[in-house]
Design a protein around this ligand. Structure first.
Ligand SMILES: [Zn+2]
Length: 243
């Protein structure tokens, strides 16, 4: 198995592409990316009889990233958090990634929240059991898949990536998720509107926003304020801007 320096933990095959597709593309340009999908997404609308894993395979190939499915039951992840935690812990231990991305804690989908909780618990467990810098990582939560106006004030963004030059790649990757299309189009229009709105505030066209909830020096306020050297390096690499 390859060692991955960037790991993304999601519940369903299309989640990462919808929530952080532009950033995912940029990450793929300079790091070894592994997308860990907790389920095969078998509960999703399957309007054209498409296999969602095959859709994930195609979109991942487009970005030259690897993926695995943990094949837990779609819709029941909330009841499988202990199993998810142990699986995530094993993946983190074997790879010691520098960047970790996952769902937002305020996402309304139970499966998404289960993945977030299991991921954070695994990270915290590694930190607490290895007082040294065994896990030198930065953990980011991407925008909830389902967003509405009332949610925005709860998102607590602290990291903004300029995706103006790869919004097309995000749209291309999402086109492979044909079985989800009506649902993706509805949410994509909201995500695009939010990306544009945040882009205006950040001085570029499109932005994907994240909440960095854990970092190498999370106890230091400097890292959250963007003064940490490593954060600056990541920002430079991802061509991101901060409000
Ligand atoms: Zn999902």
């Amino acid at each position: 198995m390859n060692l991955y320096d960037c790991i993304i933990f999601v519940a369903h095959p299309d989640d990462a592409f919808l929530g952080m597709g532009g950033t995912l593309y940029k990450l793929s340009l300079f790091s070894n990316v592994l997308l860990v999908c907790a389920s095969n997404g078998e509960n999703g609308n399957n309007l054209q009889g498409k296999d969602r894993l095959e859709e994930l395979n195609k979109s991942s190939k487009l970005f030259s990233i690897d993926f695995i499915s943990l094949e837990l039951t779609d819709g029941e992840l909330i009841y499988n958090q202990q199993k998810l935690y142990l699986l995530f812990l094993d993946i983190l231990k074997r790879n010691n990634p520098k960047y970790i991305y996952t769902h937002h804690p305020n996402d309304k989908h139970n499966d998404h929240v289960a993945v977030y909780r299991s991921c954070i618990t695994a990270i915290d467990s590694l930190w607490h059991h290895h007082k040294t810098n065994t896990l030198l990582s930065h953990t980011f939560c991407f925008t909830p898949i389902h967003i509405d106006f009332c949610d925005l004030k709860k998102l607590d963004y602290n990291t903004f990536y300029d995706i103006s030059d790869c919004i097309k790649q995000k749209e291309e990757a999402l086109k492979y998720h044909i079985s989800q299309m009506p649902y993706i189009e509805k949410n994509m229009s909201k995500h695009l509107a939010l990306s544009k709105f945040l882009g205006v505030l950040c001085g570029c066209e499109f932005v994907e926003a994240f909440y960095e909830c854990r970092s190498e020096n999370v106890k230091s306020l400097d890292s959250l304020l963007g003064k940490d050297d490593m954060l600056e390096t990541i920002r430079k690499e991802l061509d991101c801007s901060s409000l």
